[in-house]
Design a binder for this molecule. Sequence first.
Ligand SMILES: Cc1cc2nc3c(=O)[nH]c(=O)nc-3n(C[C@H](O)[C@H](O)[C@H](O)COP(=O)(O)O)c2cc1C
Length: 372
Amino acid sequence: MSHTQDNKYSAQDLFQPYTIKHLTLPTRIVMSPMARAFSPDGVPGPDVAAYYRRRAENGVGLVITEGAIINHPAATSEPRLPKLYGEAALNGWAEVVRQVHEAGGKIFPQIVHMGMIRANGSQPNPEAPSIGPSGLDLEGNQINAPMTAEEIAGVIQAYADAALHAKEIGFDGIELHGAHGFLIDQFFWEKTNRRTDRYGGDLLNRARFAVEVVQAVRAAVGPEYPVAMRLSQWKMGDYQAKLADSPEQLELLLNALVEAGVDIFHCSTRRFWEPEFAGSAFSFAGWVKKLTGKTTITVGSVGMDNDPAEAGAEAEEHPGLEGLVERLGLGEFDLVAVGRALLGDPAWAAKIRDGRLSELQPFTPEAVGTLN
Ligand SMILES: Cc1cc2nc3c(=O)[nH]c(=O)nc-3n(C[C@H](O)[C@H](O)[C@H](O)COP(=O)(O)O)c2cc1C
């Protein structure tokens, strides 16, 4: 898209720097966290470093890595997802960070515990039972016992340890995965959190686990280090789920997280343009920005408008790059995360920046199986 006199906003707006605390991102394009499972024994190798570097070299301002696993035996179901603990994995990550920095980009790890999304008996620690606030899976089936107070305290400490490791090896900030029905979100969601102690009950009590995780992370990394949290209304297996069914409820949740120390909200939606609440065109990211004034990242089908695999309602309604940069220009959000389009084409952002639209490689599901 070119900058003409009729267009108040331009794709070039995506390539303006953005500063948060002491961190300046060279562009507004964020690589969305995407689990890739290319790290044998949880150790990211040179191919993983080169994969992230290619995006940083090509116009991505901030890489948010695939979910990196905290130090708890039941945190993952897949031994090839990278760990954020242990010397070998941390050395691997240090090289990823070095390469992204050399290419001029910034990088956060996404810090993850899967909770009850992990099936009992999963590798690499099949003997460790899966854990969740009430031991329920995302369908609400009772699988295991609820987490004990000691388990909760231990897992909170493991999130804080992971954040400190990230800071020590040079990551520019961290993102906590509080979305999609993973462990933190299992506490938020009433379907998976039936606790009657201080971690369960109304929305604020269900947010207590997240608040304590953020407080512990903040205590570990200090006041100046950027801390992001990814949130979503939807859950894996339930796209209609809602944590907050009104802006007032959302505000309650967000205020608690801001007070605990969140700087950046990564607002996960499947389509960045969809209104979040009836009576307003504002997206989820738009509401979060309006309610908190904090840095917000939008996400959902950016760059997927011309994709044959996305035919149907999504393709027809997609407002395209014009719609995206207009919302950015109007201040609805600050940063734009891109997932699948960046898997399909490592140079997606640079091609948008340079107007090389005919050269864009579309996303195909096969892209998930390779580390191009
Ligand atoms: C292969 C793949 C793996 C993903 N893994 C994660 C993940 O580890 N953590 C996360 O928060 N989201 C994950 N997501 C969701 C993406 O970050 C993103 O929100 C989603 O793909 C929508 O953005 P898009 O339309 O630009 O692809 C994953 C998506 C894909 C396609």
